[in-house]
Every structure is written in structure tokens, then in C-alpha cells.
Ligand binder design. Structure first.
Ligand code: DC
Length: 220
């Protein structure tokens, strides 16, 4: 069974999806990590960002593997390297490219296989797994999302002001919703959950009850 969690940057999707997967005994798939890894490959190979075909060609050549919540680029574990501000800033070049999206959508479906998976991203319920029986659209207010991002960056040793993070977040929200392919939009059958003022535990409880209600207790 596939559970999809889509939503804007900073809504807490990764943390929530990982916790939900643990609770249900499902695997967790972080699809943003794949777009980030392609962007990291672009940085390392010195692609020219306004020549999108260069990144698309590279994306087809590199090896991307997801193993137990870690992501490997050409055999190297890049799970931490893909989280830098530098990678975040250029990831849109991977996410905006229709050919790269097609390639990563295929990899995401292959990575899920026929397992029980909680998958998170922007297009999981709309494009990648439209038949998923349980779809969540996770949101939070702009300020709350930005505050969480500042905390994350600080815990990684990067300094950031709330003002700068809010501005960058607004840009990313626009990029996510304006993208011609794989744009961020709730699936018609997704349940929207706003996490403002909720603890992680409360969000996971809410999602677990949605899953159990939607799947007729299949996962109980
Ligand atoms: O969730 P994240 O911040 O790790 O995602 C990184 C980037 O990849 C972000 O710009 C949105 C994009 N993305 C996407 O277009 N489709 C997905 N399924 C997941 C992420």
C-alpha cells in the first residue's frame, strides 16, 4: 500500500512521513532527495545552469540509489551533502525539467515496488501514485514553516535570518506551484492537514487515524 504526502517546503513532510512510516512499519521514500541529488551532480560536474539539456543528460547518466532512507549518487552516500543551501538553491533546475521529472518518476515507482511505502514530495498523489488509496496534503502557515527551516539550518551549523528564509521560501513556493510539470497541487482525493500549532506526535496521530479509516483497518 502507498501513502502519499505532498505539500509545500517546510510543512514538515519528511519528519512526519518518516515517523508515520515507522509507526505503520512501512518504508519511507523522500523524493525531494532525488531532485536534490541530481542538482548536486550538476554542481559537481559544473553544468551550465542556463543550458538545461546538460543537466538532463547528466541525470540520465549518474546512478541514483535509495537504500534504507539514504541516497547514493554514483555509489557515494550524499544524504547530508544534498541538504546544503547551495544545493537547495539550484534544485529547481532539476525539478523544472520535464525529462528529468520523467526519469525520476520512473525511479520513484521502481523504488517503491510493491512494498508498503509512505512517500513524500510535491506530485506523489497527483502524478507518481495516482492510485494510492491514502493521500495527504500537508500544509502550515508561511511563518511557521520558515521558523522550522531556520531551526533546521541552525542545527546543521548554518546561520540564517527569518526574513531571508521567508523570502527564499516565497520564491520556492512560487516555483513549486508555477512549474508546468509536476506542480504542487493537492490531488482531488487528498485530505488536507494543516500542522500549525500541532506537535509532531499530534500530526502523526491524525495521519495514522486517516490511514486506518481510509484503508479499512488494512494496516492495523
Ligand atoms: O522537499 P524538498 O525541499 O527536499 O524538495 C527539493 C526540491 O525538489 C523542491 O524544489 C521541490 C522539488 N520536488 C519536486 O519538484 N517534486 C517532488 N516530488 C519532490 C521535490
Amino acid at each position: 500500500m502507498i501513502i502519499t504526502i505532498d505539500g509545500p517546503a517546510g510543512a514538515g513532510k519528511s519528519t512526519v512521513a518518516r515517523a508515520l512510516a515507522r509507526r505503520l512499519g512501512f518504508r519511507f521514500l523522500d523524493t525531494g532527495a532525488m531532485y536534490r541529488a541530481v542538482a548536486l551532480a550538476g554542481l559537481r560536474h559544473g553544468v551550465v545552469w542556463d543550458r538545461p539539456e546538460q543537466l538532463a543528460e547528466l541525470a540520465g547518466k549518474v546512478s541514483l540509489e535509495v537504500v534504507a532512507e539514504r541516497i547514493f549518487l554514483d555509489g557515494e552516500d550524499v544524504s547530508e551533502a544534498i541538504r546544503s543551501t547551495e544545493v537547495t538553491a539550484v534544485t529547481r533546475h532539476a525539478a523544472d525539467h520535464p525529462q528529468i521529472r520523467e526519469h525520476l518518476v520512473a525511479l520513484q515507482r521502481a523504488a517503491a515496488g510493491s512494498d508498503d511505502v509512505v512517500t513524500e514530495g510535491r506530485d506523489q498523489g497527483t502524478v507518481v501514485f495516482p492510485q494510492a488509496p491514502c493521500k495527504i496534503f500537508l500544509t502550515a502557515g508561511a511563518e511557521e514553516r520558515a521558523r522550522r527551516r531556520v531551526r533546521d539550518l541552525q542545527s546543521q551549523g548554518e546561520s540564517a535570518t527569518l526574513e531571508d528564509v521567508l523570502a527564499a521560501q516565497q520564491r520556492r513556493d512560487r516555483q513549486d506551484t508555477d512549474r508546468p510539470v509536476g506542480r504542487l497541487v493537492p490531488a482531488a482525493d487528498a485530505v488536507e492537514v494543516c500542522t500549525d500549532g500541532m506537535s509532531l506526535e499530534e500530526v502523526v496521530d491524525r495521519l495514522e487515524s486517516l490511514v486506518r479509516a481510509g484503508s479499512g483497518g488494512e494496516t492495523a
